[in-house]
Design a protein around this ligand. Structure first.
Ligand SMILES: Nc1ncnc2c1ncn2[C@@H]1O[C@H](COP(=O)(O)OP(=O)(O)OP(=O)(O)O)[C@@H](O)[C@H]1O
Ligand SMILES: [Mg+2]
Length: 218
């Protein structure tokens, strides 16, 4: 089973949006997808409830007593995490995951918070899946702003303690398409291609990464 966790303790950075879009993407491809909503707010769960029957099916599970009951036939597990989380729970999800996708909002405060969190994460290495593959993405970017350029520069230059570069995948623009899709239980991949062409282009590097061995520990 392929396990992807979407994580950033910062609220509202786009975790549920990214998690639901990744889930829909793989389910459109014919994979058996389970979307685990670990957030008591239940955004992913709400999204699944709104998803029309005629679209590809995605299995939804909520966390019960801190446990995930994952259906046996799951091929792809996407874990949508809550904003603030105790270290114990955080480590638990990270132990399960092969790939971690971290959305970051393009603002100075969010960039700094992301940096702090990444440092904290590195200090956990040893107690989590040591080989977990991490990708950061900038989300809700208003293009051509100075802060967007700064974020891209920062994300391009983060290095892991072992000196390797942290893969910065892509920038996703702020677009009504995400809001429109999420209201209907859909992904941008299920909206008309002519309206989402640009967003799909921006997703391509992340999807390439998720489909490649680069996002799976050796
Ligand atoms: N690229 C985007 N363009 C426009 N709106 C977006 C984008 N990404 C997310 N949003 C919107 O921003 C809001 C917050 O996104 P989302 O719920 O995915 O964040 P979250 O990290 O899951 O939040 P929480 O920490 O509360 O779980 C939502 O209303 C969502 O529709
Ligand atoms: Mg959420």
């Amino acid at each position: 089973m392929r396990t992807i966790v979407v994580l950033n303790p910062k609220g509202g950075c786009g975790k549920s949006t990214i998690a639901t879009n990744i889930a829909a993407y793989f389910s459109i491809k014919g994979k058996r997808v389970t979307l685990a909503d670990c957030d008591p707010q239940g955004s992913s769960d709400d999204w699944l409830s709104a998803r029309p029957d005629k679209y590809s099916a995605i299995n939804g599970i909520a966390v019960e007593h801190d446990r995930l009951k994952i259906p046996r036939n799951t091929e792809i597990l996407i874990i949508d995490t809550p904003a603030a989380m105790e270290d114990k729970r955080l480590k638990k999800y990270l132990r399960k995951a092969q790939s971690l996708v971290m959305p970051i909002i393009a603002s100075p405060i969010d960039i700094r918070a992301a940096e702090r969190f990444l440092n904290e994460l590195f200090s956990f290495r040893g107690s989590i899946n040591n080989k977990i593959k991490i990708a950061t993405i900038a989300n809700r970017v208003r293009e051509d702003t100075l802060i967007a350029a700064k974020l891209e520069n920062y994300l391009n230059n983060i290095r892991l303690p072992n000196g390797k570069k942290l893969p910065f995948m892509t920038m996703l623009r702020a677009s009504q398409n995400y809001i429109r899709a999420s209201e209907q239980g859909l992904s941008i991949f299920e909206l008309p291609p002519s309206k989402t062409y640009y967003d799909r282009e921006q997703w391509a590097p992340l999807l390439r990464w998720l489909n490649s061995k680069r996002s799976i520990p050796k």
